[in-house]
Write a protein that binds this ligand. Sequence first.
Ligand code: SF4
Length: 125
Amino acid sequence: MCCHVLDIEELDKMAGDLCGKWCAPGGCAIYAKRPQVCRDFECDWLTERDIPVAMKPDRLGTILMVCPDSDQYQAVCDPKKPNSWRHPMMFKHLVSKAKEGHVVVAKAGLISWRVYPTGECAPWA
Ligand code: SF4
């Protein structure tokens, strides 16, 4: 899903475009020689053991990650599931991250929302 949904500057890949190196059914056609940016990336679902299997990115439609450029905690949605961040299980997780002090931003294509510790959300530039 990250090979599709994320913006990867090093590969000139726009958010929502499937990477040209991706091939069915196995995934990356150059896996052994994939760029460092792909080797380094781990979404929060992989690293945070308390996030349930039901929130796996390809199940719910949202990749959870800390943006390396801004330190924002981001929920990046599959373009086919732009409202997946509003799923009650996901939304509860995002509010808990906001309560921890993170700037939490949900992204669906070019549209973003800030999620606040109070459970409110608002469009975010
Ligand atoms: S190079 Fe491979 S791992 Fe990296 S985004 Fe493309 S398909 Fe995915």
